[in-house]
Write a protein that binds this ligand. Structure first.
Ligand code: 5GP
Ligand code: ZN
Length: 116
């Protein structure tokens, strides 16, 4: 289920199993795996299998809902009931470095606000 893949996209390669990742959850629409450069004790990325550059390029609103609801489920499974943060960096000013839509799940420590 990785149609619409981008040949040079690192997250498409993770979806295809061409780059190893520590998988946390997956279903027909999404894959969740641990961030290689964790910024908190728990740092997981939830991505759609199908490539979309960012939130502005996803036509399928039910997919967006599914990604967020799965992110919440994963946070509970990871024992983050005390609080966690979901982050979607978008575009250059948003600090997006991998241009395949992803939700960061960050938890296991108190978060500060505002973000940098
Ligand atoms: P962004 O800055 O685009 O919001 O987040 C991209 C995230 O992807 C970063 O937190 C970065 O550490 C993570 N990342 C980049 N390359 C890889 C990789 O090959 N494997 C994993 N597991 N995470 C990656
Ligand atoms: Zn991709």
């Amino acid at each position: 289920m990785s149609d619409n893949r981008e040949p040079n996209c690192i997250f498409c390669k993770i979806v295809a199993g061409e780059i190893p990742a520590k998988l946390v959850a997956e279903d027909e629409h999404l894959v969740a795996f641990r961030d290689i450069n964790a910024q908190a004790p728990t740092h997981i990325l939830v991505i759609p299998r199908k490539h979309a550059k960012n939130i502005l390029e996803v036509a399928d609103t039910s997919l967006v809902g599914h990604l967020f609801s799965k992110a919440g489920e994963i946070a509970v499974k990871e024992q983050l009931q005390n609080g966690f943060r979901l982050v979607v960096n978008t575009g250059d000013d948003g600090g997006q470095t991998v241009h395949h839509l992803h939700i960061h799940i960050l938890g296991g420590r108190a978060m500060s606000w505002p973000p940098g």
